[in-house]
Design a protein around this ligand. Structure first.
Ligand SMILES: Nc1ncnc2c1ncn2[C@@H]1O[C@H](COP(=O)(O)OP(=O)(O)O)[C@@H](O)[C@H]1O
Ligand SMILES: Nc1ccn([C@@H]2O[C@H](COP(=O)(O)OP(=O)(O)O)[C@@H](O)[C@H]2O)c(=O)n1
Length: 418
């Protein structure tokens, strides 16, 4: 049996499981004996003869796992019989970093359960998966049990009762965010690109664009001001005006040299997509360091965008699910240039929608998600605020473009000695 699966199984009974229902995580854990507890909520509504299955991706290869996870969903959606309900799930060891594994939870009515079981038996033989089936009937008929399928012939299967588990202090995805969704050093992000070269040939072209190291030899002599905010809050408009008014250099992250590959990496799973944007910041940092020796520099999006969108996407549900304020996930990468000032443009949801409509440009999937998902938007905005590092000041972007410019100039002058 693979080493990775073995280490997961060694602490299997200490794991907590969560099934996401309408973005709300429902938790359950395992117990050797049944003490009369009610079945966890996710098994509510089900009939005694129904069956459930969990299919968890179990591979020590991060790139393979990241690519396989969405493919598995497509495969299951295509091959599962009608009437079988599929939702995302995960499992983790409380407070253990990198213990989070992802997968899918399937509910099947009795008439299709043999079909689903056949499909999963076939799948588990070929793919790095841990499969469990769930059935009602133990503990006097009320309880549900989990049976972990043997990942190899020499392992015995284990059965446990499933009982509700309290919500953990923070969403368990936080346990795996570091270096999977958010990268805190140039080396970590570059490592992902080096490893995905054989599955994505274009990764080599991105690697060629990178500086030899993150290090910026000298601190810029002139102020470096970053403009942040959700799409259509007015960053492009304001950065152009600032460039003219201050005679500044205007840069952006991701930098223009990465444009040919952006759409491609936007379609990749989070691990690879986030590493792409992280690397973009280091290229921009080099450009900032050069330009900042000659003139003030204005930057359209930088690290805050990379981290805030990544953290908000990796966490589901309400703002309270975000890692707590002060968590290490909000820290600034030690090897990334720190701007003198970060300005966060804020706008109420209705006005932002109006501006988006007027502008009428194509949006990334993530930006479309912002539009229709109020909770996601709130998580992004709150993550922006929690990121530590350079001073971040909020600017109300609802007045006219000229008023916003004047307000911004005041802030830059008072914070950056211009
Ligand atoms: N202060 C403002 N008042 C009204 N409309 C604005 C203002 N700033 C920008 N806009 C308009 O809103 C839209 C989005 O602005 P843009 O600068 O492209 O935002 P971003 O770069 O943040 O996506 C554009 O059509 C722009 O002309
Ligand atoms: N420095 C950056 C810039 C953008 N991004 C990502 O790019 C998307 C927004 O970029 P965009 O080009 O649509 O935004 P606008 O500049 O059009 O407002 C977000 O979904 C972020 O995930 C990032 O991760 N890091």
């Amino acid at each position: 049996m693979a080493k990775h699966a073995k280490s997961l199984l060694s602490r299997w009974s200490s794991r907590v499981f969560l099934v996401e229902v309408d973005e709300k995580p429902l938790y359950f854990r395992l117990q050797a004996r049944h003490g009369g507890e009610r079945a966890p909520q996710v098994f509510g509504q089900l009939r005694q003869e129904d069956r459930c299955f969990s299919v968890l991706v179990c591979t020590g290869d991060r790139i393979k796992g990241a690519k396989f996870y969405p493919q598995l969903r497509d495969k299951l959606s295509k091959e599962l019989p009608p009437g079988c309900d599929l939702t995302t799930m995960g499992s983790f060891l409380p407070r253990v970093r990198d213990s989070f594994i992802r997968g899918y939870f399937l509910k099947s009515s009795a008439e299709y359960s043999a079909h689903v079981e056949r499909l999963l038996r076939d799948l588990v033989r070929r793919e790095p998966l841990l499969v469990c089936s769930y059935a009602a009937g133990g503990g006097g008929g009320q309880a549900w049990t989990q049976r972990l399928w043997s990942p190899s012939e020499d392992e015995t299967v284990s059965d446990y009762f499933v009982v509700s588990s309290d919500e953990p202090e923070c969403h368990p995805s936080a346990l795996s965010m570091i270096n999977n969704d958010v990268f805190y050093s140039f080396e970590e992000a570059r490592d992902v690109f080096r490893k995905c070269g054989d599955v994505i040939p274009e990764a080599a072209s991105v690697l060629e664009m990178l500086p030899g190291s993150a290090g910026v030899s000298q601190k810029p002599l002139f102020p470096v001001v970053v403009l942040e905010g959700l799409d259509a809050t007015g960053k492009t408009t304001l950065t152009e005006s600032l460039r003219e008014t201050l005679g500044a250099a205007l840069l952006r992250s991701p930098p223009d040299c990465l444009s040919p590959w952006r759409a491609l990496f936007d379609r990749e799973p989070p691990l690879i997509r986030r590493a792409f944007y992280a690397l973009g910041n280091y290229i921009t940092a080099q450009q900032i360091a050069q330009e900042g020796m000659k003139t003030p520099v204005i930057v359209d999006r930088f690290w805050h965008s990379t981290a805030a969108y990544a953290i908000a996407t990796a966490t589901g549900g309400p703002v309270s699910n975000l890692p707590g304020e002060g968590s290490e996930v909000y820290s600034w990468p030690g090897d990334l240039l720190r701007p003198s000032l970060v300005l966060l443009l804020t706008l109420d949801a209705e006005e932002r929608k109006r501006r988006l409509k007027d502008r009428g440009l194509e949006k990334t999937d993530e930006e479309q998600k912002l539009d229709c998902n109020q909770l996601f938007r709130l998580r992004v905005e709150e993550a922006y605020r929690r990121i530590s590092g350079p001073p971040c000041v909020t600017v109300d972007a609802s007045p006219s473009a000229d008023k916003v410019l004047q307000q911004t100039l005041l802030l830059i002058r008072s914070n950056c000695h211009l």
